[in-house]
Design a binder for this molecule. Structure first.
Ligand code: GDP
Length: 199
């Protein structure tokens, strides 16, 4: 992909939803971004959309519980799902999170794909697996964004990639290395999004 021709640069904030009733209308197509708290999900969204503050980066992981919707075109959206796996959130917030996420995945006709973001230095978590399970059940394709690739030197980076590849062997999961800090991997991610969103 030619990065100058990136349709996600025109992304605009649409709305934030705390309940199912507040979700954006379920028409057209959308791709959701999800991952463990602090993996750099907001930074990945900001890199892909070439905007500094579209998704809010946070120094306080686990604070945002809402789902943020962004419009690309009138019937295409990107969706920022709340991060999971942060130990300090209390049980009632966790329950609320589960209800909203469950509601989102159970009946979202416009969901065309899931960008699952992981940290190159960490293993796949149980919550990551739950996300994959949801997508599997709903027949939604998953692309793994292995972020913070800048944190490892070349050989360790390749080794980590191979381990993820091995882990997902035989499953319908594509994957790539990414660094929101170095802005690497954007073209590849945009190609996947374009394919899912017919852009
Ligand atoms: P979120 O909680 O998943 O939305 O994560 P944020 O986007 O807020 O990022 C969490 C922290 O990781 C911040 O300090 C970011 O600067 C840092 N970060 C995000 N992406 C990268 C990356 O690709 N490389 C490095 N080195 N740090 C990153």
């Amino acid at each position: 992909m030619n990065v100058d021709n990136n349709p996600y640069r025109q992304c605009n904030y649409l709305l934030s939803a705390h309940t199912l009733q507040q979700f954006a209308e379920d028409n057209g197509r959308e791709v959701a971004f999800v991952g463990r708290s602090n993996v750099g999900k907001s930074s990945v969204i900001n890199s892909i959309t070439d905007q500094k503050r579209l998704a809010k980066t946070s120094k306080l992981p686990g604070r945002t519980r809402q789902i943020n919707f962004f419009t690309v075109t009138s019937d295409v959206r990107l969706v920022d799902l709340p991060g999971y796996g942060f130990a300090r959130v209390d049980q009632s917030l966790k329950k609320q999170w589960e209800r909203v996420i469950d509601g989102y995945f159970t009946n979202r006709h416009s969901l065309a794909g899931l960008m699952l973001i992981v940290d190159i230095r960490r293993k796949v978590t149980l919550e990551d697996e739950n996300m994959l399970q949801w997508c599997d059940t709903a027949n939604v394709p998953v692309h793994l964004i292995i972020n913070k690739a800048d944190k490892l030197p070349f050989q360790k980076k390749q080794k980590a990639y191979n381990e993820f590849h091995q882990y997902f062997k035989g499953r319908q999961v594509s994957m790539q290395l990414f660094s929101a800090q170095d802005k690497t991997g954007i073209g590849e991610a945009v190609d996947i999004l374009n394919g899912w969103l017919d852009l």
